[in-house]
Design a protein around this ligand. Structure first.
Ligand code: TRP
Length: 361
């Protein structure tokens, strides 16, 4: 079977380090292994509009930001097809047919959608498009026959919904759609990187993000304002690692070689953690180390981003080419879906022949 990777992001802001460790870094690694026959990376503007209908300018202006973040992280248009969701009309058509296979009560049970409805105060006025976006996400995934979907933990309910649609479709209309697999980050810290305030999730509205395009001074300021262990007051006090954002970030970002480079008195992260728990290690020292680590990780990304941003027309041209390729693939799947559903009347010579005979009787 062909191996196809598909994933994407809503263009509602620049991407941050949570996106990076949660999925972007993995995508680039997977891209570079060469094990996939096809890779599709989608800027999900249509999905972003489901809860930003009154703010199209926000979505529009962030397409380029996300595209630049992608290129900066190492997604390579020679190896991966980068495209814009709204430019693929087949996705709407697939969604329309999949809607018949999903119940309202099933959508109401989706935990991620539930949380989002609360966060946006949508309780009494949920836009239908927003409510049904898990169905449109199933269209995104199946249109490209994706086998692997690398995403964050919060996307698990969408993949489950997709699998249910695939099974239902295949059992009603015959084997047509491919069953996708979710690929979660293997490291616990990357699964749900907290914001710098230690809150559950990094989010633009909470103002607790470190962006991939962040300048060095800003990164430093944010690292030094990070939430640690509030009971770790004096250096001698034993410190806790659970819920300690600085250590969570080290778990997500630290590479063994950074100790030799920035903190040679420790041999690895375990040793640093043990000292912190024992007492005698101050927050400032750990923060200084994390700052060095993050600076080292983000500098090449920021520099590449600046390079790519010098030629914006080229970025749009790349997205246009990607969207054309993506549309051709989605059109093929849609044709197969319509044939399976027997709504391909004009290609169905059997149907026309049988009915001519029937009416001749
Ligand atoms: N829901 C994803 C997000 O909020 C974006 C997305 C849309 C997506 N369609 C997708 C991700 C298909 C993976 C596969 O970031």
């Amino acid at each position: 079977m062909r191996k196809v990777m598909l994933t994407g992001d809503r263009p509602t802001g620049r991407l941050h380090v949570g996106h990076y460790v949660g999925s972007l870094r993995r995508r680039v690694e997977l891209q570079n292994t060469g094990e996939f026959d096809d890779i599709f990376i989608m800027i999900a503007d249509a999905q972003a509009l489901t809860d930003n209908a009154d703010n199209p300018e926000k979505v529009r202006s962030n397409i380029i930001e996300v595209a630049l973040d992608y290129l900066a992280c190492g997604l390579d248009p020679e190896k991966s097809t980068l495209f814009i969701q709204s430019q693929i009309p087949q996705l709407c058509e697939l969604s329309f047919y999949y809607m018949n296979l999903v119940t309202v009560s099933r959508l109401q049970r989706n935990p991620t959608v539930k949380t989002e409805i609360k966060m946006r105060n949508f309780e009494t006025s949920i836009p239908v498009g927003f409510f049904t976006y898990p169905i449109s996400q199933a269209a995104d995934i199946t249109a490209f026959k994706a086998t692997t979907v690398p995403v964050g933990e919060d996307q698990m309910p969408m993949i489950e919904q997709t699998k249910e649609i695939v099974h239902k479709f295949n059992s009603v209309y015959g084997d047509t759609l491919i069953d996708p697999k979710i690929l979660l980050p293997e490291n616990q810290a990357c699964l749900r990187l907290p914001g710098i305030d230690g809150k559950a999730k990094m989010s633009k509205s909470l103002g607790n993000c470190i962006y991939l395009s962040e300048e060095p001074e800003e990164i430093k300021k944010k690292v030094f304002s990070m939430f640690t262990d509030p009971t770790h007051i004096r250096v001698e006090d034993p410190g806790k690692l659970e819920g300690n954002t600085v250590f969570t970030y080290l778990d997500a970002f630290c590479r063994p070689e950074y100790f030799a480079e920035f903190l040679p008195e420790y041999s690895d992260l375990d040793e640093l953690k043990a000292h912190y728990q024992r007492g005698g290690l101050g927050d400032m020292k750990v923060k200084r180390f994390l700052n060095n680590v993050l600076q080292a990780e983000l500098e090449p990304i920021r520099n590449r981003r600046k390079e790519f941003s010098k030629d914006i027309p080229a970025v749009y041209e790349m997205l246009k080419k990607g969207s054309e390729k993506a549309e051709a693939v989605a059109a093929q799947t849609l044709a197969e879906v319509k044939a399976a559903m027997k709504i391909n009347y004009f290609d169905d010579t059997e149907l026309i022949k049988a009915q001519s005979e029937q009416f001749a009787e």
